[in-house]
Design a protein around this ligand. Structure first.
Ligand code: GLU
Length: 484
C-alpha cells in the first residue's frame, strides 16, 4: 500500500500554527513512508472563503518548506461529484430529501438552546409519504439531502492517537449532506474526496474527532474502504484554553514577519504533541522524517510556549553560516533600505552579523539591537545618553580617543582595547566610564556585543567619524548634567 495523506485547509482564514502543525505531521508521515502529500482546498463555504486566503495558505506552506505532491485541488471545482454521491446515497436508501427551511430550523434550535434543552432534527421530512416527497420534488421545492443516522448504535473505530474510540449515535442528528443550493457539507465533501483521492490515512486535529462517526457512516453506506484515522491533540495557550489570537500571533506568516526562521518554527511545531524517541529537541528535517511515528504522538494537549520557540529560533540563528544569515536577513534589510550597501560590501556585513548572532533571538533583533551596524542614521536612545554621558571629562576624552584611534595602524580589537584603556588612564578616568560612553556614541545603546570587537567590525573610519560626530551632542548632555 502506498501511503497517501492530505492537508485540507478551509480558506476562511490564515494558516495558523495549529493547521501548520497538522500539515507538518501529514508531510512527515508521507515523507517517512515514501508516500504522497496532497493539498486540498476546502472552499465550499463560498461566502467565507477567498482567493486571498488561499494564496496566504500556499505562501505559508511554501515558506515552511512543506511541499505537496498533488494539488492544490479545489472542492469548489468538484461539486458535480459530491452531488452525484449524495444522490447515490439517497438512491441506496441512506438519505432523504428535507424540505425544511434552514432558517426555521435554526430558530427552533435557538429557542431550545435558550431554554437549555437539547435539540436535534426530528426527521419530520423522513416521515413524509414517498408520494408526498416525490410531489414536492416534482413541484420544484428546494430541498437538502440528509443522511439517516441509525439510532441506538455505538460506532467504534480505532484512532491512531487515541486508540479505541466509541460514539453513541443516539446523540447524532440526521446531518445534511447536500444543501438546497447544491453545495455539499464538509462531511460529504471530505469523504468523497478522501475516497476519490485514495487517501490512506486521515491525520487531522482533534476538533474533527466527533465528525468521524458521521464520515464512517457515509463510507459504509457507499461500501467504500475506510482510511485509518489519527486525531492529533489541539494546541493550547499557556492558560490551557485553545490557542487563539488572545495568546499572541497565531498566523504562520506573522511569525515569518516577526523574524522566525522557517526551520525553527517547523522544528518547534513538530514537538507540539510529538515526542521523538531519544528526547532530542533540535532536529533536522531529515531527523524528523526518519524518527516520525504517529505512535509517539501524545493524547495530551501540547501548550504553545513562545519562549521556547524563541530559544529554538536563537539556536537556529546561531547555527547559520554568516553569508546564509545575511541572505535570510535580506527581506528585512530591503524593507529598511539597507540592503544595497550590504550587497556592495558583503565581507564587512558578514562580520557584523556574526558578532550580533549570539545575542539575537529573532531576525528582527538584528535590525533593532544591530541598527548601528547597518546605518549611520541610528538613533541614540535618550535614556542611554542620559545615563552614560554625564562625566564632564568625557568630551575631551572622547575627542582624544578619536585622534588616537585615527592613528592606529592596525585596527584590531586588541589594539583598540589598549588605546581606549590608555586614553582613560592617562586622564585618570576609570576606563569603564569611557567605554560606556563610547558604546552609546557608536551604537546609541547601553548594551550589545563586546565593545572592542564591535569597533573592529565597524572599522576605523566609521568609528572615528562617529565618535567625532557625537561630540556636540555629548558636550550638550554633559553641560546639562552639570546644571541639574
Ligand atoms: N477543512 C477542514 C478544516 O480546515 C479539514 C478537516 C479534515 O482534515 O478533515 O478543518
Amino acid at each position: 500500500m502506498t501511503v497517501r495523506v492530505r492537508f485540507a485547509p478551509s480558506p476562511t482564514g490564515y494558516l495558523h500554527v495549529g493547521g501548520a502543525r497538522t500539515s507538518l505531521f501529514n508531510w512527515l508521515f508521507a515523507r517517512k513512508h515514501g508516500g504522497a502529500f496532497i493539498l486540498r482546498i476546502e472552499d465550499t463555504d463560498v461566502e467565507r472563503s477567498s482567493a486571498e486566503m488561499v494564496e496566504g495558505i500556499l505562501e505559508a506552506l511554501r515558506w515552511l518548506g512543506l511541499d505537496w505532491d498533488e494539488g492544490p485541488y479545489y472542492q469548489s471545482q468538484r461539486l458535480a461529484l459530491y452531488r452525484e454521491v449524495a444522490h447515490a446515497l439517497w438512491k441506496r436508501g441512506y438519505a432523504y430529501p428535507c424540505f425544511c427551511d434552514p432558517a426555521v430550523l435554526e430558530r427552533e434550535r435557538e429557542v431550545a438552546r435558550a431554554q437549555g434543552r437539547p435539540w436535534k432534527y426530528d426527521r419530520r421530512c423522513d416521515r413524509l409519504d414517498r408520494s408526498e416527497q416525490e410531489r414536492r420534488v416534482q413541484a420544484g421545492l428546494p430541498y437538502a439531502l440528509r443522511f439517516r443516522v441509525p439510532e441506538d448504535v455505538t460506532l467504534r473505530f480505532e484512532d491512531g492517537v487515541h486508540g479505541a474510540v466509541g460514539f453513541a449515535l443516539r446523540d447524532v442528528e440526521d446531518f445534511v449532506l447536500l444543501r438546497s443550493d447544491g453545495y455539499p457539507t464538509y462531511q460529504l465533501a471530505v469523504v468523497v474526496d478522501d475516497h476519490d483521492m485514495h487517501v490512506t490515512h486521515v491525520i487531522r486535529g482533534d476538533d474533527h474527532i466527533a465528525n468521524t462517526p458521521k464520515q464512517i457512516l457515509i463510507y459504509r453506506a457507499m461500501d467504500w474502504p475506510l482510511p485509518a484515522f489519527a486525531h492529533v491533540p489541539l494546541i493550547l495557550g499557556p492558560d490551557r484554553s485553545r490557542l487563539s489570537k488572545r495568546h499572541g500571533a497565531v498566523s504562520v506568516l506573522a511569525y515569518r514577519d516577526e523574524g522566525y526562521l522557517p526551520e525553527a518554527l517547523r522544528n518547534y511545531l513538530a514537538l507540539l504533541g510529538w515526542y521523538p524517541p531519544g528526547g532530542q529537541e533540535i532536529l533536522s528535517l531529515d531527523d524528523m522524517v526518519r524518527l516520525f511515528d504517529l505512535r509517539d504522538v501524545n493524547k495530551a494537549n501540547p501548550i504553545f510556549d513562545v519562549q521556547k520557540l524563541q530559544w529554538m529560533n536563537a539556536e537556529y540563528i546561531r547555527q547559520l553560516p554568516d553569508d546564509v544569515l545575511l541572505e535570510r536577513l535580506r527581506p528585512f534589510l530591503e524593507r529598511r533600505g539597507w540592503w544595497s550597501d550590504v550587497q556592495a560590501h558583503p565581507e564587512r556585513y558578514r562580520s557584523r552579523v556574526s558578532l550580533l548572532k549570539t545575542r539575537a533571538r529573532l531576525l528582527t533583533d538584528f535590525l533593532t539591537m544591530g541598527e548601528a551596524f547597518f546605518t549611520e542614521d541610528y538613533t541614540i536612545d535618550p535614556e542611554a545618553s542620559a545615563q552614560r554621558w554625564t562625566d564632564t571629562r568625557l568630551p575631551t576624552l572622547m575627542e582624544t580617543l578619536a585622534d588616537h584611534l585615527a592613528r592606529l595602524t592596525e585596527f584590531t580589537a586588541l589594539a583598540i582595547e589598549a588605546t581606549v584603556r590608555a586614553t582613560a588612564e592617562q586622564a585618570s578616568v576609570k576606563p569603564a566610564v569611557l567605554i560606556h560612553a563610547v558604546r552609546v556614541a557608536l551604537t546609541g545603546r547601553t548594551v550589545g556585543p563586546g565593545l572592542f570587537e564591535l569597533m573592529e567590525v565597524l572599522g576605523q573610519d566609521t568609528v572615528v567619524r562617529r565618535l567625532r560626530r557625537a561630540l556636540p551632542q555629548l558636550r550638550e548632555m554633559v553641560s546639562k548634567a552639570i546644571r541639574q
